[in-house]
Design a protein around this ligand. Structure first.
Ligand code: ADP
Ligand code: ZN
Ligand code: MG
Length: 495
């Protein structure tokens, strides 16, 4: 059997307002070549200046990945020619990257593994080439945008693990607010390296797969490559060290080029940028950005709110949703609900009706903090239902009305006459009325009781409950209606 080794190189666009070494705007989708200046165009004689916010965000990711931030970090020039890189070198980090020797645990879907992080380094992105038939166009808006590269050790063993790593990293950088994680727009890109070897023999000869713009392609590309390499070894062939591209239309990888060695880049220290030595104040500003990360938060939320793994995972997928949930539960408790009751009711409501409205109205879950249904309103609605002021059935319509009318749930329930009737005397009147007009059904129901026909009894009772509810405009509490009907049906009969 073969052993598999997978290492990832993930690039993330940092959400700095400006580029990493000049003051140009950093944005996706702007008119081509509008966010450019002599610095990011690499004109001779211009001087780069470090965007400290990019350094702070990079160090924040490094800390979240348990990396060591060195006493001194600096930049190197990585030389190569590419039409979308006007300087013919990229300012990157080589000898002392801002984050070193970290680790992260990946956990989920039955997988659990510690993945070592080799380094995190800050660099500038290149521009973009757009090929249109016979001409190629160049857009330099992206040239000089802050890019953080996260490099793992070859610690993963399957496409599934690599997919999980990327999903978890994506959630983490979104929690930290340093990257939007949009893989389609290229804000998060991964190259996957994979080799296989006879078990116990150490690393094999690696192949790098590029062009993986979704976590699913990472999984598919790697698993394809693992199979391809195994078949080659089985056939006694040697694997060529090369870069391959994932072809999403054919579900396979294809050769792109044989890989150059690190020396080819002729790294040397960037003479125009000073060495950066993080001082105590800078490190404090980095730590101020640390938040409870997705995995520990999901574990805590699960335990604290009596949820299952799936619910906790869904709620903690997005920081804004987790914040929203915890805030709604805490308000519901202030309103007098018991913690477990509030936690479970709100989780169910959030993951069904609220989630449905968000996706139907195309509201990004990250924007849940600004919807009309505030955590307080969701808590209030939950309290109304828990206390029987309105029925569970009306909850959905009330939610809709909160969204469309921007009013508090109590007001909507009142205005619409959706208050539930809980008074047994009022309900009893309606029950008696139906009892009188549905003599045949009552008779059949009693016969079903005699015959022990539970199925028939159930459907007949449901019919009578429905009639009674209709009689009260749908406002009678169904449980009380059911109890009263039962009492009448079994009356004068030994149970
Ligand atoms: P390169 O010099 O080609 O960039 P590196 O040694 O810098 O290669 O490693 C780049 C990535 O490839 C890292 O994520 C690393 O874990 C992974 N990697 C390196 N060697 C192997 C190997 N033999 N098999 C699988 N992955 C590897
Ligand atoms: Zn610029
Ligand atoms: Mg390398």
């Amino acid at each position: 059997m073969y052993q598999t080794f997978i290492g990832l190189e993930v690039h993330i666009h940092l959400l700095t307002k400006t580029k990493v070494f000049c003051g140009c705007r950093s944005a996706f989708g702007d008119e081509p070549n509008t966010n450019i200046c002599p610095v990011c165009m690499g004109y001779p004689g211009v001087m780069p200046a470090l965007n400290i916010e990019a350094m702070r965000m990079g160090c924040l990711v490094a800390r979240a990945l348990n990396c060591r931030i060195p006493e001194k970090t600096w930049f190197e020039r990585k030389q190569y020619f590419y039409p979308d890189m006007p300087k013919n070198y990229q300012i990157s980090q080589f000898a002392s990257p801002l984050g070193q020797e970290g680790w992260v645990n990946i956990d989920g879907g039955g997988m659990n593994r510690k993945v070592r992080i080799r380094e995190c380094h800050l660099e500038e992105d290149a521009g973009k080439m757009i090929h249109t038939g016979t001409v190629s166009l160049l857009d330099y808006n992206r040239a000089g945008v802050s890019l953080l590269e996260i490099v793992t050790e070859p610690d993963m063993e399957s496409g599934e693990e690599a997919e999980l790593f990327v999903q978890q990293l994506r959630r983490t950088v979104r929690y930290l607010g340093v990257c939007d994680g949009n893989m389609e727009e290229g804000s998060l890109r991964a190259d996957a390296n994979v080799s296989i070897n006879t078990a116990g023999k150490g690393l094999g000869r690696k192949v790098e797969i590029k062009n993986l713009n979704s976590s699913r392609f990472i999984k598919l590309g790697l698993n394809y490559e693992i199979k391809r390499q195994a078949a080659m070894l089985d056939a006694g062939k040697t694997i060529i060290q090369e870069t391959r591209l994932w072809n999403e239309n054919r579900d396979e990888t294809a050769p792109m080029r044989t890989k150059e060695n690190a020396q080819d880049y002729r790294y040397f220290p960037e003479p125009d940028l000073p060495v950066f030595a993080p001082d105590a104040a800078f490190l404090r500003s980095v730590d101020a950005g640390l938040v409870e990360l997705p995995l520990p938060r999901a574990a805590r939320v699960k335990a604290e709110y009596y949820l299952n793994d799936e619910q906790a995972g869904l709620i903690c997928e997005e920081k804004a949703v987790a914040d929203y949930y915890e805030s709604a539960v805490s308000i519901a408790c202030e309103l007098g609900l018991e913690q477990k009751d509030a936690a479970v009711r709100i989780a169910n409501r959030l993951l069904s009706d609220v989630k449905h409205i968000l996706s139907r109205d195309k509201i990004d879950a990250a924007d849940i903090g600004s919807i009309k249904l505030t955590p307080r309103r969701l808590a209030e609605l939950t309290a109304l239902i828990a206390r029987g002021t309105t029925s569970n059935k009306n909850a959905k319509q009330t939610l809709e009305a909160v969204f469309s009318e921007d009013k508090d749930p109590a007001q909507i329930v009142k205005e619409r006459g959706w208050e539930q009737i809980n008074d047994p005397a009022v309900i009893s009147e309606a029950v008696k009325k139906v009892w009188g007009s549905e003599a045949k059904t009552v008779e059949d129901a009693r016969a079903a009781i005699e015959a022990g026909n539970q199925k028939k009894l159930k459907s007949l009772t449901a019919y009578l409950v429905g009639k009674t509810l209709a009689c009260t405009g749908g406002r009678a509490a169904p449980e009380i209606v059911g109890q009263q009907l039962d009492a009448l049906l079994y009356e004068g009969r030994k149970k």
